[in-house]
Design a protein around this ligand. Structure first.
Ligand code: NAI
Length: 289
């Protein structure tokens, strides 16, 4: 199987690594050459780490690297059996991109989106053949997180959900079928979690480090909500909240926070930008609980 992946950011690079490790040839595309370069370095580093821990051999590293092809051109997608899109969370961008992709990929190539919150039906509606369209929602970091939500749209052909579940399983992941509702399963539950943490902060109940500390020490979470939002990226996380809020007809349970909106507007996207709720710049003093 040959898989095209669009967007070589946090998710696209991770998904490419998973699929190439599972034995498929991968074309990883980005419109930004620097993003491609970063993805290449990130994957190289991750594979090196796996090999030094003895989880894969040096030959595996070479084989996986050989199966990965980095490109800026959709023309390379002519031989794809599956395309997975992981670009910015914006309906119009995703719809335009699939219009372009459909002109190049084979007639039976399956098209998938990694969207966190947009309706799969609305992205599929831009396609000439929406029956081959489906949601495949990975979690961050994709090589480590086992869960993948498989989300058929109303237009998706009967049986494609099951086929994708089996394929995802063959990649060593744990698929779960979900209906095409805003936020699917995990992001739906996660919205009020982030929202309540942000409200605690805005009401002055406790500061970010204390809330993170309490939830990791006593709540059993691996990361506190503010560390997690910084890790996901406020550009992604804020947009997802806005999208879920609007999709639920402005139900106050999903109301976005001004505090996070300001970080988003300032470009303080979190770890990847060096600043978010915490300061990740070299020499910066981040708050301690
Ligand atoms: P990111 O910002 O790290 O990467 C997006 C990449 O897409 C960038 O490298 C950008 O240059 C590229 N791009 C943007 N427009 C493009 C276009 N028209 N053609 C080609 N490349 C283009 O974003 P991230 O975090 O990887 O998210 C991507 C998608 O995955 C979003 O839909 C997001 O909602 C979803 N997602 C994100 C998760 C997260 O924790 N960050 C988790 C699960 C899903």
């Amino acid at each position: 199987m040959i898989v095209g992946i669009i967007g070589s950011g946090a998710m696209g690079a991770g998904i490419a690594q998973v699929i190439a490790t599972a034995g498929h040839k991968v074309h990883l595309l980005d419109k930004n050459a620097q993003a491609l370069e970063r993805a290449q370095q990130q994957i190289r580093k991750a594979l090196g780490k796996m090999s030094s821990k003895g989880r894969i051999s040096e030959i595996d590293v070479m084989d996986i690297s050989d199966r990965l092809h980095f490109t800026e051109s959709y023309q390379d997608f002519g031989d794809c059996d599956l395309v997975v899109e992981a670009v910015v969370e914006d309906l119009q961008v995703k719809q335009n991109l699939f219009r372009e992709v459909e002109m190049i990929v084979p007639q039976d190539c399956i098209l998938a989106t990694n969207t966190s919150s947009l309706s799969i039906a609305s992205i599929a509606s831009a396609c000439e053949k929406p029956e081959r369209f489906i949601g495949l929602h990975f979690f961050n970091p994709a090589p480590l997180m086992p869960l993948v939500e498989v989300i058929p749209a109303v237009q998706t052909r009967e049986g494609l959900g099951e086929e994708m579940k089996q394929l995802v399983q063959s990649w060593g992941k744990t698929p779960v079928l979900a209906k095409d509702t805003p936020g699917f399963i995990v992001n739906r539950v996660a919205r009020p979690y982030y929202g309540e943490a942000l409200r605690l902060l805005e009401e002055g109940t406790a500061d970010i480090a204390t809330i993170d500390w309490a939830l990791t020490q006593f709540g059993g979470f691996k990361m506190g909500p503010f560390t997690l939002m910084d890790f996901i990226g406020h550009d992604v996380n804020y947009r997802v909240t806005e999208s879920v809020f609007a999709s639920f007809f402005f139900d106050p349970r999903y109301k976005p926070s001004f505090t996070q909106k300001r970080l988003f507007e300032a470009g303080y996207f979190g770890q990847k930008a060096g600043r978010g709720f915490y300061d990740y710049r070299e020499g910066a003093i981040t708050p301690e609980p």
